[in-house]
Design a protein around this ligand. Structure first.
Ligand code: FE
Length: 207
């Protein structure tokens, strides 16, 4: 089986925001899909390792902002590569709008948002599938939404391959977020501490 075939599926990119106990938090997900139009239902897949996952379980309300092609890499760093457990991801970030259900839509580097309430969830092991009814939706701009492939080709900084030196250290770089692991061998069960992707998404770089 060629697992790279999975990368040929097309995905969007979304800032998923929640509010629980007076605190706003958000993460980036790549799975938001409309399931039915009457009622307007969508499905979201969220990794349980994300703090936002637990907050969404509690509150049952969210806004998914659709990331667009003009998004800066800093948006991904802010919402995707830090944990809301120790930081306020919205600190010093003004590109937001409070939606009717009390959660924040991100208005910079995005083209639309959908607010919703969870009506059902399905435990999928590492992830939970949340099925939700859309309660509010708006368009910010006509800039096309960014696909996951577009992010890899155009937004993510290109890793430089530096070449091999006799006394060089071996570095494994996460191809998703750029996190670097130093060590001769990358453990097979390694999970990127920033973006939670597995060892198979790392590439070996020699410095
Ligand atoms: Fe990563």
């Amino acid at each position: 089986m060629n697992h790279k075939a999975m990368q040929k599926l097309s995905y969007g990119l979304f800032v998923l925001s929640v509010k629980t106990g007076g605190k706003d938090n958000a993460c980036i997900i790549n799975t938001v899909t409309q399931v039915t139009s009457k009622p307007n239902c969508i499905v979201l897949a969220v990794n349980k390792a994300n703090y936002t996952h637990d907050l969404l379980m509690q509150s049952g309300k969210f806004t998914a902002s659709v990331i667009s092609e003009n998004a800066d890499f800093s948006l991904f760093k802010r919402f995707g590569f830090t944990s809301g457990k120790d930081t306020n991801k919205f600190a010093e970030f003004s590109g937001v709008k409070r939606t009717q259900n009390g959660t924040l839509a991100v208005t910079e580097g995005t083209c639309a948002y959908l607010s919703g309430k969870i009506v059902h969830n399905v435990d999928m092991g590492t992830h939970t599938l949340f099925i939700a009814e859309v309660t509010e939706a708006e368009i910010f701009s006509e800039t096309p939404p960014a696909t996951y492939a577009y992010y890899h080709q155009q937004i993510k900084p290109k890793p430089e391959k530096i070449g091999e030196t006799s006394d060089g250290k071996t570095i494994w770089r996460c191809t998703i977020c750029g996190y670097e692991y130093v060590g001769e061998e990358l453990p097979e069960d390694f999970i990127c501490p920033l973006c939670k992707h597995p060892a198979s998404d790392f590439e070996k770089i020699i410095k």
